[in-house]
Design a protein around this ligand. Structure first.
Ligand code: FBP
Length: 272
């Protein structure tokens, strides 16, 4: 629909690419993720900083949007994620993300897109698939795009493929996201440009965004991954820890923007 297309454009520049700031870690990993630079546990402070540095959009759970949503500039994308899980349970019981909010409330909070996670390959895949279908159906009917965090995960994947970042399962997750109705996909780095190209191909034109991952000590290492994502045809990145675990995230954000929107080489972008 026109509504979906218009709202998608709030995230992407004319080049079809985006840098989105992610901050659902206080729920998903726990506040310890902010201990590297504790001031950033305050969503208003970090959101103000990342907006000033020039990110294209922000992703948060509903409660943080209520606290810090005013810091997201009105012409930038606001992605509200409606599923999560805590890190308080044993790892093998964390293979399900549950719904913690509703599309209607996210729309009232100003969402431009609605996000939900599916752990493809998890023993609880069925629950998340149905949850995603319900969220997507409601959002699409209201004219809102839906983002799927399409993460292959679970014991069978580890057993058969060795790791969840194997391109065969990452591209499978991306394809499942497309076929289940996602308008944007967020997924893992597969380790090489060649394999990530296959993920992008499997997504058949639906934008694929990189899920940032743990902070790299050397920012150039992270820029290199994002550079390869772009070269592979990816649409950009959704980045949390690499941004908020630095006291001053501005230089990295500016470098990421140069890599994503100007195709600059990582070393060059880091110097500027
Ligand atoms: P990062 O850039 O910090 O990896 O953030 C992206 C993200 O998907 C967050 O939205 C989420 O909280 C976290 O990663 C989940 O990571 P994992 O599932 O690996 O624990």
């Amino acid at each position: 629909s026109v509504g979906i297309r218009r709202r998608l454009k709030r995230f992407f520049r004319r080049d079809g690419r985006a840098l989105i700031f992610a901050m659902d870690h206080g729920f998903e990993h726990g506040p310890t993720d902010f201990e590297e630079y504790w001031e950033h546990v305050n969503p208003k402070i970090i959101t103000r900083k990342v907006m000033r540095a020039g990110v294209d959009g922000v992703m948060m759970l509903p409660g943080l949007v209520r606290l810090a949503g005013d810091e997201v500039k009105p012409y930038r994308g606001l992605m509200i994620k409606l599923t999560s899980k805590t890190n308080l349970r044993p790892k093998d019981e964390q293979l399900l993300q549950s719904q913690l909010g509703f599309v209607e409330d996210a729309i009232k909070l100003g969402a431009d897109a609605i996000a939900a996670t599916v752990y493809w390959g998890s023993p609880q895949e069925d629950v998340m698939m149905r949850q995603f279908a319900e969220i997507a159906s409601y959002a699409h009917n209201m004219g809102f795009p839906v983002v799927q965090f399409a993460y292959p995960r679970g014991p069978y994947i580890n057993e058969k493929y060795g790791k969840k970042e194997d391109y065969r399962v990452v591209m499978y997750g991306a394809r499942a996201a497309v076929e289940s109705g996602a308008d944007m996909i967020k997924t893992y780095w597969t380790g090489s440009r060649e394999t990530f190209t296959k993920v992008v191909d499997a997504a058949a034109g639906v934008p694929v965004l990189l899920s940032g991952g743990a902070k790299t000590e050397n920012p150039v290492d992270f820029l290199r991954v994002v550079y390869d994502v772009i070269e592979a045809g990816g649409a950009g990145a959704v980045v949390g820890r690499n941004i908020f675990q630095r006291e001053n995230p501005e230089p990295l954000i500016k470098a990421l923007i140069r890599v994503i929107h100007r195709n600059e080489e990582p070393e060059e972008a880091a110097k500027a």
